[in-house]
Every structure is written in structure tokens, then in C-alpha cells.
Design a protein around this ligand. Sequence first.
Ligand SMILES: Cc1cc2nc3c(=O)[nH]c(=O)nc-3n(C[C@H](O)[C@H](O)[C@H](O)COP(=O)(O)O)c2cc1C
Length: 312
Amino acid sequence: MLPKLRHEFVLAPMVGVTDIAFRILCRRHGASLASIEMTAANAILHSEKVAKDILQFSDEDRPLTLQLMGTNAAEIVKAAKRYEEKIDILDINMGCPSKTVTRIGAGSALLTTPNKIKEIVKACTSSLSIPVTVKMRAGYDVGSINVVEIAKMCEENGIAAVGVHGRTKSQGYRGLADWGIIKEVKDNISIPVIGNGDVKRPEDAFKMLEKTGCDYVMIARAAMTDPTIFEKIIELRKEGRYDKITKKEKLGLVHEYIGLAQQYNVPFPRIKTNTHNLTAGIAGSKRFRLAINSMQGTKEVLAELEKLAKDI
Ligand SMILES: Cc1cc2nc3c(=O)[nH]c(=O)nc-3n(C[C@H](O)[C@H](O)[C@H](O)COP(=O)(O)O)c2cc1C
């Protein structure tokens, strides 16, 4: 069973984005669950750098999901076991469309090998004491939409919840996410379904709940540029309305993120990525985002942010 969450709105895993500082930022602004970015099980077992840079933990960052990528069931179990005390959910990635991942048969390529999925799922659910979830796409391509069958098989083999991004692997991020397929999964299994794809504004979260019947709503890109989407969703539920974020508040978020990133020694390239994303939408910030590419340290970023604040 999943741990009890404050509400249904959760932060999606995002490579290069959901570092510990960003996760805590999203939690402070309402996210009820966050996930470490997709991490290769074999990298956890063999790379100290991965452990140091990506696998960071804090009491303020719970409940926490670790998302693993791989094809070797024993390796996935071994990697998850190493962190079993520090995480609350193990999630298995069955959605990543990137070539480096699919060419080894992992991520969304797993959708083409249901027996492999069964082997991984069985190994994880029988060996770990924490709940195990899967995050998948609708199918590999439009001719092989099989998420419903795979979700059923996952349920039969002890999975605690199923995440569905309503696009196929071939779609990448093009077109619209098919919320109909999320509903179909929900209608066919009894364990919780986590709907994902194209929740861009607070209103969309409630539309997804209503149209799909899903139990949780997972948000990625909208949170990447504005983590306050979670508190806006809660505000909308309570008050029937929400205030749009102001430029000043957006800049405040950037500072809050940088402060957390410094506290947790987040590597500078990651700080740059998130600072870049978080300034999106601030008038006059284009120049800042161009400049940040060549910046060498946080001091420089803070000095440029000060200039940007003056323009507001
Ligand atoms: C920069 C970026 C990195 C991502 N990394 C991951 C990842 O590590 N694991 C994963 O399951 N999905 C990953 N995704 C996919 C998202 O979790 C999500 O499924 C997808 O963006 C659709 O949700 P959205 O419409 O709310 O963005 C990533 C997406 C983006 C934009």
C-alpha cells in the first residue's frame, strides 16, 4: 500500500530537475510526494558519483520515491535494498523514451517485453518491504497500446500503484496525452492509478481527476517552471479560485531554490538548469537565461538575479 499522502497532487520524477533542493521546494509549495529522478540500477551499484550527486536524502524530503531504470531484476532489487530505509516507495521506470535507455531494453522498451516486466515486478515486490510502483506510457507505439494489460499483470504481482503517462513512446512529448487510456486503466484495476500528462494549470488537475477517475495526479513540466502549482491547486479546491504567481514571488522561488541547493551541495550544473527553468515567464529574464549558460558559480547567478530584480 502507498503511504498516506496529504492530498492527490504529486511531483513527477524529472532527470536533471528533481534534485533534493527542487523536491523540497515543491513540497514547501504543496506537493504531497516527490521522486528522485530516474537512476540506473547498475549506476547505483557501481558509481560513487551517482550516489553522491543524485541520491541525497533529508527528513524534509519524505515521503520519497526512488525511481530505478534497468532490465536486470536482481540488480534493481539490490540497488533498491541499499536505500530501503531512506525511501518510502520504489518506482520502476517503464516510460523513458530516450535512445540510451530504450536501446538496452529499459524504460519504455520494457513495454515490448511484458515477461521481463513480470520478472522485475515479482522480484521487487517479493524482496522489498516498501511499496513498489511502476510508471509507464500508454504503449510503445500507436499499434501496440498495452498499458491496460500490463497494469493488470502488475496488480496481480503485488504492485501498489500504477502511474500512466497517456502518450506512447513513439509520441515522445508530441500531441496530447490521452486521458482516455488513463481512465481505461483505472476501470480495469483496483490498485490506485496515478494519472500523468498535460496538467498545465491548476484547473487541469481537477479535470484529470474527473475525466479519468484516477487517484493521484502527477505533474512534471508545469512544476518545473512553477512549483507553486501544487499550492494553487489546493487554493482552487478550498477557495474556488487562486491568485496567479507574481514576478516578485517567482524571483523569491529562485532564491529559495538556490538557498536549498547550497544547503544540500547540489552540483552547479543542476543549479543552473533549475534556475533557468524557474525564471521562465519573468519579464526581462531572457537575457538572464542566455547569460546563465556561461556562468561559473552561484555567486555570479545571484548577482545577475539582483540585476533582474531591479527591472521589476
Ligand atoms: C526534463 C524532464 C525529465 C524527465 N525525467 C523523467 C524521469 O526521470 N522519469 C520519468 O519517469 N519521467 C521523466 N520525465 C517525464 C515526466 O515525468 C512526465 O511523465 C511527462 O513530462 C508528462 O507529464 P507533464 O505533462 O506533467 O510534463 C521527464 C520529463 C521532463 C520534461
